[in-house]
Design a protein around this ligand. Structure first.
Ligand code: C2E
Ligand code: MG
Ligand code: MG
Ligand code: MG
Length: 282
């Protein structure tokens, strides 16, 4: 009829767009199945004292073992999980699984877990964390929650209140990917976090042949250190980067130089060999 066929303006499904939406729907469907079918796994990457070489803890990083596509990294599915709200049940699974795993580690070893803005909007975040701590028996001070600036930028009053509540529990808060966002300096000082994670892009530039890039990277590291919080440098891949970070007073480092993220069984074996020992001679 004229109504259904004649209105060109309502041809939503251009071929490419149709394909794109089809791919998204498939991904969403697969993610729901994955959560039920135990296809998600956490890998753990150590963070290591820059001067001591000791392992202080591990960051949990999501991996998806897709039945057809093999291992899928979070960059490919976290954005859609956030859009669809699936990040809320998925994030709860991450919190419970990581806390339970960390509770089997030596008592000085911490666990860091990434949180999405959508989890803050869900209103269930605090009870879920309290539940994960209670059921695992993990001491709250061993849990670090990593948030990016995007979490803080949206509805900062409400987020502020949630973070304050979490800190009252004894949980530590880390600002992830520091230096990449838009926060004003005073905003950063006001915010109640315990740790700053210097983004990998700056760590990369520490050994850049371009003087300007190197100076900017050093300035970001110095500013993070000067905030007086614990600092962790992400994405350390070379000894040169590590040496500069130590000289600049950065406390902790994390990256392929020490270790890639590893399955829980490898971490358990490593910790049995010698808890707190150097992963790699610095
Ligand atoms: P992030 O929290 O900033 O994590 C650091 C990323 O850098 C990880 O990528 C890690 O594998 C990678 N990385 C570590 N060391 C090096 C290095 O030396 N060189 C290079 N090139 N990369 C390194 P991954 O595992 O792909 O995770 C990407 C992002 O996905 C994370 O960034 C985080 O924002 C998000 N993510 C991961 N797991 C979760 C989760 O459980 N929940 C939520 N909400 N987000 C997660
Ligand atoms: Mg992180
Ligand atoms: Mg990061
Ligand atoms: Mg990141």
């Amino acid at each position: 009829s004229a109504k259904s066929g004649g209105r060109g303006a309502f041809r939503f499904f251009e071929p490419e767009l149709d394909e794109l939406m089809h791919a998204r729907r498939n991904l969403e469907r697969d993610m729901r199945a994955a959560l039920a079918g135990r296809q998600f796994e956490l890998h753990y990457q150590p963070f290591v004292g820059a001067a001591t070489g000791k392992t202080y803890g591990f960051e949990a990083l999501l991996r998806w073992h897709h039945p057809q596509r093999g291992m899928v990294l979070p960059g490919e599915f976290i954005p859609l999980a956030e859009e669809t709200g699936l990040i809320v049940p998925l994030g709860e699974w991450v919190l419970r699984t990581a806390c339970a795993e960390a509770a089997t580690w030596p008592a000085h070893v911490r666990i860091a877990i990434n949180l999405s803005p959508a989890q803050f909007r869900s209103k269930e975040l605090v009870p879920v964390i309290v539940g994960a701590l209670a059921s695992s028996g993990l001491a709250p001070h061993r849990l670090e929650l990593e948030v990016t600036e995007t979490v803080i930028m949206h509805d900062s009053e409400a987020v502020f209140a949630v973070l304050a509540e979490l800190r009252e529990l004894g949980v530590r808060i880390a600002l992830d990917d520091f230096g990449t966002g838009y926060s004003s300096l005073s905003f950063l000082q006001r915010f109640p976090f315990d740790k700053v994670k210097i983004d990998r892009s700056f760590v990369n530039e520490l050994s850049s042949p371009r003087a300007e890039a190197r100076h900017l990277a050093r300035a970001v590291v110095r500013f993070a250190v000067s905030l007086g919080k614990t600092t962790t440098a992400e994405g350390v891949e070379t000894k040169e980067q590590l040496d500069i970070l130590r000289e600049e007073g950065c406390g902790e480092t994390q990256g392929y130089y020490f270790s890639r993220p590893m399955p829980a069984s490898d971490i358990a074996r490593m910790l049995r060999r010698g808890s707190g020992a150097a992963i790699r001679a610095a």
